[in-house]
Design a protein around this ligand. Structure first.
Ligand code: SF4
Length: 701
């Protein structure tokens, strides 16, 4: 009988990070199932995870060899890896020599493995001499990162999934985990099923599938989250339902939070949020009655021009109630991407340094410089995702290296992104699939190995680090991203990139974390292979990992206390609606698609749920425009327009519309590309785009 091989790995989609067992038969045919031993999902997988074997085996769309064009007037031609590296190095050297190091940058992805992220960051900040490295995590979690840093002193999710089964109240805000973090949501569902007294509060302008589990759905007006959380804080303070001892002993800046909470009466807050005052009181009471309170949030709070304010006002609720560092309690940001967390850990963003060191701290910069033996690192943050494309458009930046992400579909104001890439002197795109619309703009196209075709590590939403083995060979001449990066660095004559394996890269990074609050010097690929996954910190080789942070109420802040933060802005400052653009567009995900569909778009089964883009609209707004279900409408904003079919219901508030963000240029006519409409406003601190609030008009086509 033919031998079958089994490998344990991790799902390459969302930040839940489910364990997958891959079976490879003698002919190399793959099948997947949930890893029953893995603590995250205990054998469960959602539709996306269950179909990953089809994605991995269908190589029809894969980029198979490097391609290059000498000028924009020429077609790309197949070249060898040697020629590709020589060309990339020659162009980067000449641009840096002529325009300075800040004229180049890397735009990477929360789907990169930790080792790849680490190398991209080391290459850029340590050797190219610029901090211009950012990631699509900027579109996802950067507001939460700032919120955590301001509150607990670093980008550290305090809790573990195991806390779900210990909690008795969940506040799920700006998130639809039933669709976007399905396996995590199944755990909440099961917990409530077994413990009907568990309370679930959902805050969302839309009635999503998550609301079906809710005891209370606060269908607020878009952008009013800070006012809502502050009103809850006010109720908790007025009713003396706060944990006075915890506040006194373990926090600072309570008075500023209190003063902010009292700026509006509950009645005023309810009016602004568009929900009954009693519902705010009811929610606050559920929180105060809980022995274990968990807040969960994602893009609805993060992707906002006031994203940091939304985050800190929510985090304040955990501090007011002392619900942090205890079993079944704590704030819990739900990461969008599988390794956004790992990328943040290695400092793969324009505003971060490796191993949670602080870019603004000269001592930390010196430590990193000395460790890498590279160039002096500037204390000025580099250009962030949207800033980078602005700089390409204005000519300030000349070259960009895009890895594992499709900005032509995913960044706001997509037309502007296209212009920026047209204007750039040199665009390198390193990806797995020709399906990415961004590949069209590449002067140099590099084929990367995908999931199962390379090894490395990832960190999921609960700080759990897992090892992903190589199971199959990559098609054609595709190489692991880590190898592409270190070979480019060698071609640039940078020292310190003479690696023989990805595990050497990992060992280097683990060593770099020693003595930091994210210390994983007790880990290695070998240990992860042998003993399974670990939650950081893991400071020595016998350390079991750390499921929950701050058990001892010792926070990562300079004074060791958790900090309350008064949100700077209560009111939303998104672009204004007016007579020309009277509706608010909210964008987001659907259950069975992932990002820009380069992977999920290959699986027919995943298109049976929602096969095409659509605009969700309230019946009243549709009636006023003479629109019926499935009519094609033109949606326009101050940036551009798209056509799309409308889906009409009462599940969305009047004057709010929703469009999924997954679809790009279908049939080249922009049908359904949501980011033709979204704008360029960003949170001034987190620099996260305001995807959830664009002023639009909808008209019958
Ligand atoms: Fe993959 Fe997320 Fe689904 Fe788990 S919940 S199988 S990690 S997409």
């Amino acid at each position: 009988m033919a031998r079958k091989e089994r490998f344990n790995t991790i799902c390459s989609y969302c930040g839940v990070g489910c364990g997958i067992t891959v079976e490879k038969d003698a002919k190399g045919v793959l099948s997947v199932e949930g890893n029953t031993e893995y603590p995250v999902n205990k054998g469960m997988l959602c539709t996306k995870g269950k179909t990953l074997n089809y994605v991995a085996q269908d190589t029809s769309d894969r980029i198979l060899f490097p391609e290059m064009r000498w000028s924009r007037g020429h077609k790309k031609q197949r070249v060898s890896w040697d020629v590709a590296f020589k060309r990339a190095a020659a162009v980067f050297k000449s641009i840096i020599e002529r325009y300075g190091a800040d004229s180049v940058g890397l735009y990477v992805s929360g789907q990169c493995l930790t080792e790849e992220y680490y190398l991209a960051n080391k290459l850029t900040k340590g050797f190219l001499g610029t901090n211009n490295i950012d990631t699509n995590s900027r579109l996802c979690m950067s507001s939460a990162v700032v919120g955590y840093k301001k509150t607990v002193g670093n980008d550290a999710v305090p809790i573990a999934y195991a806390d779900i089964e210990l909690a008795d109240c969940f506040l799920i805000a700006g998130a639809n985990p039933a669709w976007c973090h399905p396996i995590l949501f199944r755990r909440i569902e099961k917990h409530k099923e077994e413990n009907p007294k568990v309370k679930i509060i959902v805050v969302d302008p839309r009635k999503t599938q998550t609301c079906e589990l809710a005891d209370l759905h606060l269908q607020i007006l878009p952008g009013t989250d800070v006012i809502l959380f502050n009103a809850m804080a006010r109720w908790l303070i007025e009713k003396k339902k706060v944990d006075r001892a915890f506040i006194k002993l373990h926090t600072s800046n309570y008075e500023a939070c209190r003063a902010k909470a009292f700026e509006l009466s509950l009645r005023q807050a309810a009016e602004k949020c568009g929900v009954p005052v009693n519902e705010i009181k009811k929610a606050a009471k559920m929180i105060s009655d809980a022995k274990g309170f968990i807040s969960m949030w994602t893009m609805g709070l993060n992707q906002s021009v006031i994203g940091v304010d939304k985050n800190v006002s929510l985090l304040n609720l955990s501090l007011l109630t002392g619900q942090i560092g205890k079993p079944g309690s704590g704030p819990f940001s739900l990461t969008g991407q599988p390794n956004a967390m790992g990328g943040r850990e290695v400092g793969g963003m324009a505003s971060l340094l490796a191993a949670h060191r602080d870019l603004g701290n000269p001592k930390h910069r010196k430590e990193v410089q000395d460790f890498w033996g590279g160039t002096e690192i500037s204390g000025e943050p580099g250009l962030t995702a949207t800033e980078m494309f602005d700089a390409l458009e204005s000519g300030k930046m000349k070259a960009v290296w895009i890895i594992c992400t499709n900005p032509v579909v995913s960044l706001p104001n997509a037309k502007k992104v296209e212009k920026a890439l047209e204007k750039a002197n040199f665009v390198v795109v390193q990806d797995i699939s020709h399906k990415s619309e961004t590949t069209k703009y590449a002067d140099l196209l590099l084929p990367a190995a995908g999931w199962l075709e390379k090894e490395g590590t990832m960190t999921n939403s609960e700080r759990r680090i897992s090892y992903l083995p190589k199971v199959i060979d990559a098609p054609g001449e595709a190489l692991p991203d880590a190898e592409i990066l270190w070979r480019f660095a060698q071609e640039m004559d940078f020292p310190g990139f003479e690696y023989n394996s990805v595990s050497e890269v990992y060992d280097e990074y683990c060593l770099m974390t020693k003595g930091t609050n994210i210390d994983i010097s007790g880990l290695s690929h070998d240990r992860l292979k042998r003993e399974g996954s670990f939650q950081w910190p893991v400071p020595n080789a016998s350390h079991p990992g750390t499921p929950r942070l701050f058990n001892d109420n010792n926070y990562f802040t300079s004074d060791g206390k958790a900090h309350f933060n008064a949100p700077k802005r209560l009111e939303n400052v998104s672009e204004k609606t007016d007579a020309e653009f009277p509706l608010i567009l909210n964008t987001g995900r659907v259950r069975d698609q992932w990002h820009t569909r380069t992977k999920t778009g290959k699986v027919k089964r995943l298109s049976t749920h929602i096969p095409t883009p659509y605009l969700q609209m309230n019946r009243v707004d549709a009636y006023l425009r003479g629109l019926k279900n499935d009519d094609v409408a033109v949606i326009s904003s101050r940036r551009g327009s798209v056509r799309v079919k409308v889906k009409i219901d009462f599940d969305i508030r009047e004057r709010v519309v929703f469009m999924p963000m997954h679809w790009g240029k279908i049939l080249n006519n922009d049908f359904g590309r949501a980011n033709n409409l979204t704008g360029e406003l960003i949170d001034p601190v987190s620099k996260e785009p305001d995807f959830k609030y664009s002023a639009v008009q909808v008209e019958k086509y």
